[in-house]
Design a protein around this ligand. Structure first.
Ligand SMILES: [Fe+2]
Ligand SMILES: [Fe+2]
Length: 165
């Protein structure tokens, strides 16, 4: 997590960060279901997919292309990140989501938070932030899930793997 660079002061970055927290929390619940040998409820899976889809739209139509335009993200890395979105979604839909899937998700998020967010802060000016705001607003308008309250980020630490795998 980039707790030090100040990128959370930028609303689109704060929103994506809050969504990461929610996605990781919901994904961890699937890991625990798998570990307990049960299928997660349809509601749990649907809530995660709904959040993930909106989040991915924001990144693939907002953050990534804005970074690409300013050469803050290469074509190959962009393609890799988008492929990871597909792989993560497929793993959730397939069922049996386990800690390996969770770590792949967490690694993807870590790259975004440590590299992409910092680069955006360095490169973006008012125009790019306004463009991101527009994309996020459109995605939230179309979303079947409520906007994340990102004022609570620090109060809800993400789950960490514990104990007995
Ligand atoms: Fe992503
Ligand atoms: Fe993300």
């Amino acid at each position: 997590m980039c707790d030090h660079c100040g990128c959370r002061a930028y609303a689109p970055v704060a929103e994506l960060t809050a969504e990461h927290e929610e996605i990781l929390t919901r994904a961890w619940a699937l890991v625990e279901a798998t570990r307990a040998g049960r299928e997660p409820s349809t509601e749990e899976v649907d809530a995660l997919l709904a959040r993930l889809d909106v989040h991915v739209a924001k990144e693939e139509y907002g953050l990534y292309p804005e970074l690409r335009e300013l050469e803050g993200l290469g074509e190959a890395e962009n393609a890799t990140l988008e492929e990871e979105h597909r792989v993560i979604r497929d793993a959730i839909v397939a069922g049996g989501f386990d800690h390996h899937d969770y770590y792949a998700l967490a690694a993807h998020i870590e790259v975004e938070e440590l590299e992409l967010f910092s680069t955006a802060m360095f490169l973006f000016d008012d125009r790019e932030w306004a463009d991101l705001d527009t994309v996020h607003h459109s995605a939230n308008e179309a979303a079947p899930v409520p906007v994340v309250d990102f004022s609570e980020i620090q109060a809800n630490p993400r789950p960490a793997p514990t104990g007995d795998w």
